[in-house]
Design a binder for this molecule. Sequence first.
Ligand code: PLP
Length: 358
Amino acid sequence: MFSVYEFFNRISEVNPKIRLDAGQPDIPVREEIIEETIKSLRRGETGYTSTSGIQELREAIADLEGVSPEEIVVGPGAKILIAAEIAAAKRVAVVSPHWNAYSLIANQFGKEVVLIRTTLEEGWTPSLEELNADLLILNYPNNPTGRVLSRSELKGIVEVAEESRIKVLSDEVYADLSFVDFTPVRELYENTVTVKGFSKLYSMTGFRLGYALAEKKEAARIRRFIESTATCVPPFVQRAGLKALELREEIVEAVKGEYQRRVSIASRILRGLEFREPEGAFYIFLRVPGDGVEFAERLLQKGVSVFPGAAFGPYEDFIRISLSGGRLEEGLRIIREEIECALESSATGGWAGSSGVV
Ligand code: PLP
């Protein structure tokens, strides 16, 4: 089975000049956030803290989200909070293509995963009739497709979840990077746990800071999971998070604008190839001729790294381009040339379903 981590190690070995692989934002963390972290450490905030997060941070998040602090659990990154939900489920349904951590975590806990396949031709829109699972994971804006579902599309999905009494885990780590109207799932469906983080908007990946929003009983259960695994988030990291929230409006404007600019540059350079223009986040999921792993390997030899589609489910003829690296335009041109070159040299001169921008 394809392992994205092995591929990532291979990229690190080759050390290409243009990195468009991981979801590591290249926009630096704001200086004020770093300063606040250092100040907190100097104040001696170096010990254990409350397991669901320091009160000031929970209050600031609760304020932002319009809920009570008892409905917030702060954890060391969104991923562990997602793990807290998967650990409590029996069968997990995931809309695919998907961030591969969902299935990796489910495997760690011995849970069954049901993939709900979507296609480029159908605009990556899931169509659900019934669901045999007790947890449905939704992720919009989506990694890797950049798709954002409309309110009515989401409504259709949560109705199916509601009929089958399935809990929804809404991974909204890219919520602030939506270029179109974004509907939080919890506005439509009560039985929803929402997970958000500081990794993408604020580029604070290494700080490891995220939070879950859930009704009080569920929040207490998630808190117990954090207590029994990670204990708590370091207090200086939480202080950094508080500072980030203070600067939030400014950061949203600058960072969202920057990613939107990159998405439109990428869409222009890749015009005519097979992908759906992202409505959020900073990835492009692009169909390539032939096998995505081989294609990514060839690109690597040309100094550009991307992830093969196989890292996101059964999408062997795709690659994911992360628009979070430097020398983006040059990298995109190399990708385009490589596709055109592969098409020219293929006997058929095209690949199934080649129909321009979808
Ligand atoms: N959810 C999705 C969909 C992601 O793409 C990522 C990171 O790539 C995360 C969650 C991870 O968030 P965190 O760094 O807060 O664990």
